[in-house]
Design a protein around this ligand. Structure first.
Ligand code: RIB
Ligand code: CA
Length: 313
């Protein structure tokens, strides 16, 4: 397998942090060209802080971290401190970052990178609201054809919404950005709540993180210990759902996942269903399929892969 060039667009977020660590623990398969931060779980100043803390936790101060959009395209920012804590990375007691944020704006980095790299060689991995990605696509539409594929965490269909009855957080925060991305023609793989709610950090899986005996394993165990309480109370889940790491795991082991190539459209008109990913799973319309919508995974295989890669950091 050749090394896959990726840009992670993120709003850390404990699950974002685990996705970044999974990527950094897999240098033979993915090359992180940069981490672009967006406002989402917490405001932009905290997402850029948290992304740098995670890079330093992995002892990868060489990774370039960029600050992007601090609010959605057309709506006010909705954050999720009730899930992720005041800092967005509550749980472990990590030191404040000392590495700098890059001067270049995240959107400019995305555009310049896609213009510079050979066509079809860069994969975008958005794991927060899609504001940065949509802004880049709107500002420089020609870069869309340069994208190998977009593998994103967002949306829900059978699992329904987690921030409203109809919509999942990343899409709900910036539905107009999501609409831009889903209607751009770029190849898309969607990791919705339908699959991420099956990637639960059970007690045994959390214990396996701690048993790694390294700083990363301990920190991830503390992150998921904090992050799980919201889903335990709300869903009665067995543990924290590792939403965002499903995207990186798909790049490493696509066979762990299964889904269907269907049409997905984004609700941007009705406040009642704003941000809903209207997914034609049963093919009842003549709308053109535009996304691989993932519905299931081999959860044990996913956690074996994740734990093995965290052990390398
Ligand atoms: O709905 C889950 C998504 O929202 C995840 O990306 C989580 O980090 C939050 O951003
Ligand atoms: Ca996220």
């Amino acid at each position: 397998m050749s090394v896959r060039k990726i840009i992670i667009d993120t709003d850390p977020g404990q699950d974002d942090a685990v996705a970044i660590l999974l990527a950094l623990g897999s240098p033979d398969e993915v090359e992180v060209l940069g981490i672009t931060c967006v406002a989402g779980n917490v405001p932009l100043d905290l997402t850029t802080r948290n992304a740098r803390m995670v890079c330093e936790l992995a002892e990868r101060r060489d990774i370039k971290v960029y600050a992007g959009c601090d609010r959605p395209l057309n709506r006010g920012l909705v954050t999720a401190e009730h899930v992720h804590g005041k800092t967005g990375l509550d749980g472990p007691n990590l030191p404040e970052p000392t590495m700098q944020v890059e001067d270049m704006h995240a959107v400019d980095f995305i555009i310049e990178t896609l213009r510079k790299e050979s066509e079809g060689t860069v994969t975008l991995v958005p794991i927060g609201p899609l504001t940065n990605i949509a802004t880049a696509f709107r500002r420089a539409p020609e870069i869309v054809r340069n994208v190998r594929e977009v593998v994103l965490m967002g949306g829900a269909y059978f699992e329904v919404g987690n921030i409203t009855p109809a919509s999942e957080f990343n899409i709900h925060v910036d539905p107009h950005a999501a609409d831009t991305v889903f209607s751009s023609g770029v190849p898309i793989v969607v990791m919705p709540l339908d699959v991420t709610h099956k990637a639960l950090v059970t007690r045994a899986r959390n214990d396996a993180f701690r048993a790694l005996g390294n700083r990363v394993g301990q920190a991830v165990a503390e992150m998921t210990d904090f992050f799980e309480r919201y889903d335990r109370e709300k869903y009665g889940s067995e543990g924290a759902p590792l939403h965002d790491p499903c995207t990186v795991a798909y790049l490493l082991r696509p066979a762990l996942f299964s889904g269907r190539h269907v049409n997905v459209e984004i609700e941007t008109q009705s406040e009642l269903t704003m941000g809903m990913t209207v997914t034609d799973w049963w093919g009842v319309t003549d709308r053109t399929p535009n996304a691989l919508f993932i519905g299931d995974l081999d959860a044990d295989g996913f956690f074996d892969l994740l734990t093995e890669r965290l052990a390398r950091l």
